[in-house]
Design a protein around this ligand. Structure first.
Ligand code: NAD
Ligand code: DAU
Length: 352
């Protein structure tokens, strides 16, 4: 297969591309604008493969999208390019509307034009796969799980923009017959995660002897999935999923934020103990809450399990251990980001 991956220089996109090049015979074209979140060194492990290509361009640029489609002739468009950080969406929602909503509209229009030019056999194989989030479903109380039929209730500028793009994708499926797939996934973590997100931010700040900021009282719950398991799920969906369908993807690993932070501290205490004999948990600091902070997300991933045979392969404890060790072994990757792009300062609190 030829797979065009938008956002392939990002955290999840690069995990998908590494997987496709290292574990399949597929060819990959990464289409990425290289925003602050696009990190080319995350693609270094596959950069010399003859089955890998890269184009730097914006998904809002219809001409560039059309050129990429017509030159590369993909069977699959895996659309991951997005502004992805909730805190940044609070500080500056405009970019989220541009990239996530307008950009997805451009991708759909160009994919439809390309699809209409294919012969019948190629049309039968073509898939437009939109990679989305569980945050479109809103916030849960102590009980319940999001299923594929849960009503949308997005509550941050980020999740509202992703909900809008999900609706556009399904509308292009229903109205124009574009063979679309949507996946809604929970919180990913693992290697090459940009240091604005909770888990890498805590690991890096802990190692740098800084405060570990926990928003509010630390009881907000997220469901955590190791990123390589998400990449396997995406591959299962675009290879075997039924056009028009939605699949929820999750890790069966609900944790309170404070539990996540303590788990990271525990691994660091064991692997790289502080020189003063104290534990890293000493650095935990409760800070002002995120405005509009969703309380709990939890995913029912039984559909993708039953229909496509996908299951997460790692427990949270295995994944966190592996992730902490990866950050210890790959300081060059994150130090470069700290020096040139973002140094783990607080985001998204200005309008609280
Ligand atoms: P990320 O922020 O790490 O990467 C986003 C990538 O998209 C970057 O490489 C960036 O350069 C690129 N990009 C941004 N705007 C672009 C534009 N206008 N044109 C072309 N490229 C552009 O994001 P991520 O965490 O890897 O998330 C990828 C996708 O998965 C997003 O759509 C996100 O909503 C979704 N998602 C993420 C998670 C998660 O936990 N991170 C969970 C579920 C769903
Ligand atoms: O649920 C899927 C979503 O998960 C994806 O769609 C998003 O792209 C991804 O960024 C992630 O969103 P979250 O807002 O859940 O992730 P984040 O890492 O920013 O925060 C996780 C939790 O930790 C959240 O409850 C806020 C809290 N937090 C975050 C940071 C950065 C803190 O307590 N302290 C922090 O410093």
């Amino acid at each position: 297969m030829r797979i065009l991956v938008t956002g392939g220089a990002g955290f999840i996109g690069s995990a998908l591309v590494r997987r496709l090049i290292e574990h399949t015979d597929h060819e990959v074209l990464v289409y990425d604008k290289l925003t602050y979140a696009g990190v080319l060194s995350s693609l270094e492990p596959v950069a010399s493969s003859p089955r890998y290509r890269f184009v730097q361009a914006d998904i809002i640029d219809a001409e560039s999208v059309a050129r990429a489609l017509n030159d590369f002739k993909p069977q699959v468009v895996a659309h991951l390019a997005a502004e992805s950080h909730v805190d940044r969406s609070i500080d500056g929602p405009g970019e989220f509307v541009q990239t996530n909503v307008v950009g997805t509209f451009v991708m759909l229009q160009q994919a439809l034009g390309y699809y209409r030019g294919l012969n019948e056999a190629d049309q039968a194989c073509f898939r437009f796969h939109h990679i989305s989030t569980d945050e479109v479903f809103g916030s849960l109380g102590d009980e319940g799980l999001f299923t594929e039929t849960t009503a949308y209730d997005p509550r941050s500028p980020y999740s509202a923009s992703k909900a809008a793009s999900d609706h556009l994708v399904r509308a292009w499926g229903h109205t124009y017959g574009l063979p679309v797939l949507v996946t809604n996934c929970s919180n990913n973590y693992g290697p090459y995660h940009f240091p604005e997100k909770l888990i890498p931010l805590i690991i890096i700040r802990a190692l740098n002897g800084e405060q570990l900021p926990v928003y509010g009282d630390g009881t907000n719950v997220r469901d955590w999935l190791f990123v390589d398991d998400h990449a396997r799920a995406l591959q299962a969906v675009f290879e075997r999923g039924a056009p028009g369908e939605t699949y929820n993807v999750g890790g069966n690993a609900e944790r309170k934020n404070i539990e996540v932070v303590r788990a990271i501290c525990g691994v660091l205490d064991a692997v790289r103990p502080r020189t003063d004999g104290q534990g890293y948990a000493e650095q935990i600091t409760y800070v002002a809450d995120r405005p509009g902070h969703d309380q709990r997300y939890a995913i029912d991933a039984s559909k993708i399990s039953t229909e496509l045979g996908w299951e997460p392969s790692k427990t949270f404890e295995e994944g966190i251990d592996l992730t902490v060790r990866w950050y210890l072994d790959n300081q060059v990757w994150w130090q470069d980001i700290l020096d040139s792009r973002y140094a783990t300062q607080r985001l998204g609190a200005a309008h609280g």
